[in-house]
Design a protein around this ligand. Structure first.
Ligand code: HAM
Length: 421
């Protein structure tokens, strides 16, 4: 026998019944954007490598260590998208959405690829639901985007063990000065080689170090929110005021730094406390300047990426049951000669009328067929035997109560349509 193939390292299959949770999570995460004026966008799974180098930032782990990059047969360097923002902004600019009504707001969902060390909650292919909005610097936009992430997770999915962390990373005005102050502080510390190297690439990222001994050294570190310029300070306070008005509960997290280079001002992360190390189930922020970096006009923007994989883990960790949405209403069973064609016809009619229906394939025994009916989750079994066929009738068996009734064959579709639609 040939060995079975396995899914590539760091990937997994989304199969029933887990896939019901998956679909329900994806629907919940995309509901607030649909309700808030975001149009749906799909972009290619691969882009020019240079787009990510320029857009996400050469110094990030994502670009320097984790990209799936290859040359195509025409000698172009392409990369499987490691995140959504760069490709979506490229598409918005290429399709001149920046010249229409602003802000231009889109939402998207799909897989991203990062060559990471796999562990629970960290995969080489992961799926996000994301939004991007360009052409507005209004703090109300920041609040809208943060509200959407919080609403989807807290209210629509019902997650409780969740914290919303929020920070401001300043802007081109105040961050360089702050960076210099922080670097001077870090220079005086006894840091290991790797951390010191990280400090030279991006000193802010050292603040986010999870190790307690490093955190102990950083107790008195200068923090960005205490060093904002006036405009950033006003922006940040206004965002928080809007969040209060919206009833969004958040925690100020002055050490929060995200792994991508494009953020300025507002940044946020949703952290689930039941997931261990990979606790960020979503995050995002403002990226004024990125549109310009990608060749567009000097307009602001903001977005988020919510991780479908980790949100499913959070839902499971809290014991929230999202299954049941996709089950079958009616299970059709044909018994004996001549019953197959009318049964298949009935199946087609039910489905056409919007009743979810399945069939006992391969003409097995009634016992096997009933087992199939139970397994399908159907509410009723429709049994068409030769006696029923002769009298133009059909047995309807309620699978919850076991109760059995007989109906006229030509009335059953109407009856079930009324019951299940
Ligand atoms: P990100 O924080 O890199 O942001 O990813 C967003 C979310 O995707 C994370 O919070 C996490 O839930 C999930 N995620 C990321 N990497 C993995 C992985 N290896 N395995 C499982 N889940 C993962 C972005 O990608 C930005 N583009 C978000 C954004 C949009 N900012 C502005 N607009």
């Amino acid at each position: 026998m040939t060995d079975l193939f396995k899914a590539p390292k760091g990937t997994y299959d989304v199969i029933p019944p887990f896939s019901e949770t998956w679909r329900a999570v994806r629907t919940a995460l995309s509901t607030p954007p649909i309700l808030s004026g975001y149009g749906y966008i799909e972009t290619p799974l691969f882009e020019d490598t240079a787009l990510f180098v320029r857009g996400v930032g050469e110094s990030t782990d994502v670009v320097s260590k984790e990209m799936y990059t290859f040359d195509d047969r025409g000698g172009r360097s392409l990369t499987l998208r490691p995140e959504g923002t760069a490709g979506v902004l490229r598409a918005m600019l290429e399709n001149r959405m920046d010249r229409g009504a602003l802000p231009a707001k889109v939402w998207y969902t799909g897989p991203n690829f990062r060559y990471e060390q796999p562990q629970s909650g960290r995969y080489r292919q992961h799926t996000q639901v994301g939004v991007e909005a360009i052409g507005s610097s209004d703090p109300a936009l920041d609040a809208e985007i943060i509200w959407m992430a919080a609403h989807a997770n807290r209210n629509l999915l019902g997650l409780k063990n969740l914290r919303l962390l929020i920070n401001s990373l300043g802007c081109g005005e105040c961050r360089p000065t702050y960076r210099a102050t922080l670097t001077a502080f870090l220079d005086k510390l006894d840091l290991d080689e790797a951390t010191r190297h990280r400090a030279t690439i991006n000193p802010l990222r050292v603040l986010d170090d999870k190790r307690p001994d490093v955190q102990a050294l950083l107790v008195d570190a200068p923090l960005m929110p205490d060093n904002l310029c006036e405009a950033c300070e006003v922006h940040h306070t206004t965002v928080l005021t809007y969040l209060d008005a919206l009833g969004v509960v958040y925690e100020k997290a002055p050490r929060l730094v995200r792994g991508l280079d494009y953020y300025v001002r507002t940044t946020f992360e949703l952290v689930h406390d039941g997931l261990g190390a990979q606790s960020a189930i979503g995050g995002g922020g403002r990226y004024d300047g990125l549109v310009e970096t990608l060749g567009g006009p000097a307009i602001g923007g903001m977005g988020f990426g919510l991780g479908v994989d980790r949100t499913c883990l959070a839902v499971q960790a809290e014991g929230i049951d999202l299954t049941g949405a996709d089950t079958i209403d009616a299970f059709v069973i044909a018994l004996g000669e001549g019953t197959n064609v009318p049964a298949v016809k009935l199946l087609g009619e039910l489905r056409t009328r919007g009743v979810a229906a399945d069939f006992a394939f391969d003409g097995r025994s009634i016992k096997a067929a009933m087992k199939g009916a139970d397994r399908s989750g159907a509410k009723v079994a429709l049994i068409l035997g030769q006696d029923e066929l002769a009298t133009n009738s059909i047995i309807i068996k309620d699978l919850a109560t076991g109760e059995q009734t007989t109906s006229a064959l030509d009335l059953v579709v109407d009856a079930l349509t009324a019951r299940f639609n």
